[in-house]
Design a protein around this ligand. Structure first.
Ligand code: SAM
Length: 239
């Protein structure tokens, strides 16, 4: 089956309503991903059905209507080939999206997708999160931050919470070890000014693994000492 049919089936099974325009934007994104993946390493997942479920629907699994409001700003940290940021933007077009990755080849691909799809209000940044989060332009400026498959939770809390405004939310899309990671991240979450507000288990169509979305609310400002310099959160996580 082609990507469009696979996406329609997967989205319906997950309970998502996609318009024809959205389906066609997802399809264009899929085609660019497929073509560019031959030249630069973007993803190991390329089959239409797998991309529909494991990239597109999985990215949308973190969407919560009470967090995404008109003009909500979101930074997707370590976005890679654009997940979950780009599917969220296609699904919720008024989102003010910032895509951040430290690998320039991927950033160039992302800018191309943004241009080809004619997406408005998207900024693509080539930087390490530890550096961007120290820049006044980005620090504590976002309603939401997301991260999927970037690092373990104590580490990504240090990457992402500094970007989030007081009252905003960091959304971590996590795999089977999510409970253990949530427990390990308690100290980091507290130190960085957050509090877990929800852990939502996710069941993707036709996939039986364990996964969840962890929502961490920002309840106070992150101390200026965080994030520490590039590489330190990974080498020496707050645990
Ligand atoms: C395994 S990929 C996952 C990409 C995407 N989020 C996904 O779920 O498919 C991890 C990405 O995070 C980026 N990354 C890792 N640490 C980073 C950091 N500190 N700052 C910015 N990008 C980072 C890498 O360059 C890579 O593109």
């Amino acid at each position: 089956m082609n990507f469009v049919d696979e996406l329609k089936i997967a989205a319906t099974e997950y309970g998502l309503n996609l318009t024809e325009d959205q389906i066609s934007a997802f399809n264009k994104y899929y085609e660019l991903l497929y073509e560019w993946n031959k030249k630069i390493n973007l993803t190991a997942i390329t089959e239409p059905k797998d991309v529909a479920i494991k990239h597109m629907v999985d990215s949308l699994s973190c969407f919560k209507a009470d967090l995404f409001k008109e003009n909500t700003s979101l930074i997707d940290v370590g976005t890679g080939a654009g997940f979950p940021g780009l599917p969220l933007k296609i699904f919720y077009p008024s989102l003010k999206l910032t895509l951040l990755d430290s690998l320039n080849k991927r950033v160039k691909f992302l800018q191309l997708v943004v241009d080809e799809l004619g997406l408005k209000d998207v900024e693509v940044i080539h930087a390490r999160s530890e550096e961007a989060a120290r820049n006044k332009k980005y620090r504590e400026k976002f309603d939401l931050a997301t991260a999927r498959a970037v690092a373990r939770l104590p580490i990504i809390c240090e990457y992402c919470l500094p970007f989030v405004k007081d009252g905003g939310t960091f959304i971590a899309l996590k795999g089977r070890q999510y409970e253990e990671e949530a427990a390990q991240a308690q100290k980091a979450i507290k130190v960085l000014g957050g509090e877990i507000s929800d852990i939502m288990p996710v069941k993707l169509p036709e996939i039986d693994d364990k996964r969840a979305v962890i929502y961490i609310k920002k309840i106070k400002s992150t101390p200026k000492t965080y994030p520490r310099k590039a590489g330190t959160p990974e080498r020496n996580p707050i645990v």
